[in-house]
Design a protein around this ligand. Sequence first.
Ligand SMILES: *Cc1c(COP(=O)(O)O)cnc(C)c1O
Length: 459
Amino acid sequence: MDVPSSVNAQLRQLPSVDRLVDAAGLNTKLARWCLLEAARSALQGARANVLEGASAELDLDSLSRRTRRLAEELARPSPRQVVNATGVVLHTNLGRAPLATGAARAVADSAAGYSDLELDLESGGRGSRQQHVNHLLRILSGAEASLVVNNNAAALLLAVDTLAAGREVVLSRGEMVEIGGSFRIPEIMESSRAELREVGTTNRTHLRDYSAAIAERTGILLKVHRSNFRLEGFTAEVSLAELATLGGEHGIPLVEDRGSGTFVDLRTAGVPEREAWSGLREGADLVLFSGDKLLGGPQAGIVLGRGDLIGRMQSNPLARALRVDKMTLSALHWTLTALLDGRESEIPVVAMLLASRETLEARAERLAKAIQRVVPYPVSVERGSSPVGGGALPDVELPGVVVCVKPRGSAAGIARGLRAADPPVLARVQRDVILLDPRTLSDDDVALVASAFAPLADV
Ligand SMILES: *Cc1c(COP(=O)(O)O)cnc(C)c1O
């Protein structure tokens, strides 16, 4: 393709990378690698604009400003901290459970130094990394044994691979779930050496469906919590207790993938969840759940139940690939100890779920006043509710209050502006109204949210 000479002239006018780096880096502390990467990218963008005939600012000043902006982005810590004003307590895209301050400190300490992670200090011999939390999980749950791995998906993979390799996993068609970010039960089966044996129909599965499926090749019966959708209408499912009886008759282990497991009674807050280990009491041989959903700890997969089965899981070579790291163990140790101490209110997820109406109202009023000081459009406090979280409890909305901001222009535009703030603020948009939920905000966040609104007064 022939390039017109005017385009060539424009391209020749562009500064060299070195010249742009020097100009953009003047009087800044930006690292050279950030400036170099940013300058290359700015020049590439400018060149593309010229070739496409788009209007472009090609002077050194404009390019240098653009380079500096890109370099600043590269220099920022990542992932970035954001303010969660959505009210979604367990938001997968926002990193699910925020850790307690104490747990975060425990992580920092163990991360920065050496520890007895896999050392028995008394004998000087090798220890197990599981020993740091085993006893806490046993005291809290009464379970015979426990195992902690990298996340719940890993726990399920390990359970299925260990207990049903070369055999079948019996699962209701009503529980063939996909849980965000490519966690799909059928795919977990494909990654393991087990085969899926689907029973029942999407809406109804009966005990006789399970009975009919049991054969020589049956490895486990699996029950999966429907964490992110609701089954309504003409439905039937088999209880854990009934499955336990059936499994018991045939000597087949029953595994419950609980997904989200709480260690405190949240029913007063309207969260209809029994304790994580309740499935063991109903007869499950193993219960699996995440450390960073309702438990409010670090990302982890926790397995509770029969010692012999957990022992086999630990000896599976896959366990090494799925193992939990020292930072996670430190955070989990802190969180479980807080629960045993009765300091659950120090765990952010628990505190947010149990927040009283008075606390929420007071925070909402402060927030509404602070925002109203910087924007001319109507700001009010209304009744509302907070979704607990798509991947944890799909149908649970906690009653509370929300701050409603009704801009003159587009609410989506405001939401975009809030995301561009530093720190970015995430809000809910309902038609032409911005909703800010005090449940997931700290008292310190109030000022940050208000200052994010300040440049948006004219939107
Ligand atoms: C969330 C969830 C998982 C995945 O847990 P991760 O800790 O994200 O790996 C698995 N099963 C169920 C039922 C879940 O709700």
